[in-house]
Design a protein around this ligand. Structure first.
Ligand code: ACM
Length: 624
């Protein structure tokens, strides 16, 4: 064979292999083998099963509803010969796929889904939904294939903060629907914080009568929001009744999601103290924070609370309160874990209080970290007495970790590493890879927050650091704090597509992660969001603008991480940029009253935003 011919054969083989791997599933399955042919159906489909319970499984019914929305009617028919979907639980367990895994086979006559457990059936049906192409045609054609799939981690979570903004029962259900489609199985529900207490506790009614409501303020949290005025009515807020919580817990369970409720103590408790000020050290009356400034942050992680928001760790009434609250919480949530927060508890009011100091001396507690540790250990005993395991943010390591506590590492991975080395379970959720409240694109087009986290960086998240044993890492999660997220659709915008990246990190095999292929599948799933009328960020398409100085010359670099795109720009105030310059190399930003216009294109069509940045703002981006 001459060289040219050999090259052609090589390219053909490469192309063939690529087509084998081609599908749009997120998270990428462990094994996908494409085969010849396809399963075609139109208007109607039959289901078949060898297990009676399959028909009554919620996951099967949900899949049937999904088909109905596509205009396809479905019914069970044990005599169906061709053109059916069979769903079966393995009579003999297949140890290769565990509880949540499944095997899905598509050929030209039938689709067969098998799993060991209903959780696997649920996950397999999520994959099957993604195998149905996005077409506006009554004929549906699914490529023949065999998929063997199971998760890498048991804890695949998303956290939603419902205190800073309240989300209704229906909104929570929608959020659960979306996350379950990408095989997340833990919903960490941040139910309490300074800005609102959101769970009905029958033994402390004022928690919701008072603590769930704040005066209404708009605009960004912090300096711009005024404190409540004397006598001003608290009108913004809401809470979930215990009946509503039971309903949501069931709804989640039907979607293979366990809820981990978080009651954040001893800090982040201003809403508790608005209802029961006697549980603080100062016992002064408080209000539920409307997001006004009440703390000062010093840039190194230290801070001062200008208004007391911590529970009193030396007061037995506080432990009585915690016992009663966690009794009710434990009864409502059937999952193994209860989250007790523990983060960012300000110790200043403890340090300044003579009673607290006397108590510390008496009990040989050397400093406020040890005092918090004393508190956390008591909370751990309370939670374990309810038959639950305690998990808390990584501050619970400070002053000594409670036996049996699991740690949620958020200030990087170091807390998780330290806890795992001591033999504790950990969940990795570092700000650097998993904080979904951070901006995902250019500050000029995003809702401005103090930090950024791109989709590509999120995709690089690896929950098991080299220095610890993988068995201690339960998994990870993305966290959506909602100071700047007032609506469900904006919650989707902040969550997706970064949650796709997190889902893939937590479900898929590490070796199968591939950025370029992930982007291709992400784009397909963006179309699914668009079709459902839901918001998803497309910031990943936007140019990444870097400004630096070369001697005294201001230079600008443009890039993005999407294969097959071109970036166009102008610095002469002309637009649209399509008619300006195609970016090749860093260019000079001359002096003058000018703006950079820039946008990414694919095949001549703009994708993503046009960024427009004044010279003055460009210069501010130069790193000192
Ligand atoms: C946190 O972000 N305060 C856990």
């Amino acid at each position: 064979m001459n060289l040219k011919y050999r090259l052609l054969v090589f390219l053909l083989i490469l192309g063939f292999q690529f087509s084998i791997a081609q599908h749009n599933i997120i998270p990428v399955p462990v094994n996908y083998e494409k085969s010849n042919g396809s399963f075609v159906f139109q208007d109607e489909i039959k289901f078949k099963t060898g297990n009676k319970e399959i028909k009554s499984l919620k996951s099967t019914q949900l899949f049937q509803n999904y088909l109905t929305n596509l205009g396809i009617s479905s019914s069970f028919d044990k005599k169906a010969k061709g053109n059916f979907i069979s769903i079966d639980l393995n009579k003999k367990k297949n140890s290769a796929i565990g509880k949540e895994g499944y095997i899905l086979e598509v050929n030209d006559k039938s689709i067969a889904l098998k799993a060991n457990d209903p959780a696997g059936i649920f996950n397999g049906l999520q994959t099957l939904k993604q195998l149905i192409p996005i077409v506006n045609s009554r004929t549906i054609e699914i490529q023949s294939c065999k998929i063997v799939d199971y998760p890498r981690f048991a804890w695949r979570g998303l956290m939603l903060d419902v205190s800073r903004h309240f989300f209704t029962v229906d909104e929570i259900k929608s959020y659960l629907d979306k996350m379950s489609a990408y095989k997340f199985n833990v919903f960490h529900w941040h139910l309490t914080d300074d800005q609102g207490w959101r769970i009905e506790i029958k033994s402390y009614p004022k928690l919701t009568e008072v603590g769930a409501w704040r005066v209404e303020r708009n605009g960004t949290f912090g300096e711009g929001r005024a404190a409540p005025k004397e006598g001003e009515k608290a009108t913004y807020g809401g809470f979930y009744s215990q009946e509503q919580i039971k309903d949501i817990v069931r709804y989640a369970a039907d979607r293979n999601i366990t809820i981990v409720p978080e009651i954040d103590v001893p800090g982040h408790s201003m809403a508790v103290l608005a209802a029961y000020p006697e549980l603080s050290v100062q016992k002064e009356s408080k209000y539920v924070s409307p997001g006004n400034k009440f703390s000062e942050w010093y840039g190194d992680g230290t801070f001062k609370m200008l208004i007391e928001n911590t529970l009193n760790p030396i007061d037995e009434n506080v432990y009585d309160f915690i016992d009663k609250v966690f009794t009710e919480v434990a009864q409502l949530f059937p999952g193994d874990y209860i989250h007790m927060g523990g983060d960012e508890a300000y110790h200043g009011y403890w340090d300044e209080n003579p009673e607290v100091q006397k108590f510390m001396k008496k009990h040989k507690i050397k400093n406020s970290h040890e005092l918090q540790s004393y508190f956390v250990k008591r909370v751990e005993k309370i939670i374990s007495s309810k038959g639950k395991k305690m998990i808390g943010w990584d501050e619970i390591l400070e002053g000594g970790l409670a036996d049996g506590a699991a740690v949620m590492s958020w200030r990087g991975m170091k807390g998780g590493i330290e806890a795992a080395k001591m033999g504790h379970e950990v969940v990795m959720t570092p700000t650097t890879y998993a904080y979904l409240d951070y901006m995902q694109g250019d500050v000029t087009v995003e809702n401005k927050i103090y930090a950024s986290l791109s989709l590509e960086k999120t995709y690089k998240f690896e929950p098991v650091p080299d220095e610890i044993e993988a068995k201690y890492v339960l998994g990870g999660q993305g966290n959506l704090w909602t100071e700047a997220v007032p609506t469900l659709q904006f919650a989707y915008y902040m969550t997706y597509p970064r949650a796709f990246a997190i889902a893939e990190t937590l479900w898929s095999q590490k070796k199968d992660k591939n950025w370029d292929d992930f982007v291709r599948r992400t784009e397909e799933n963006m179309i699914r969001f668009d079709r459902e009328g839901d918001n998803i960020a497309k910031a990943v398409f936007d140019p990444i603008v870097t400004v630096y100085k070369n001697d005294d010359v201001v230079m600008c670099k443009l890039e993005n991480n999407i294969p097959g795109t071109e970036i166009y720009y102008s610095i002469d105030n002309t637009y649209p940029v399509k008619f300006a310059k195609k970016y090749t190399d860093p260019f000079m930003i001359p002096a003058g009253n000018l703006k950079l216009h820039t946008q990414t294109f694919r095949e001549g069509k703009p994708i993503g935003h046009e960024l427009i940045i004044n010279r003055e703002d460009l210069v501010k981006r130069i790193k000192k």
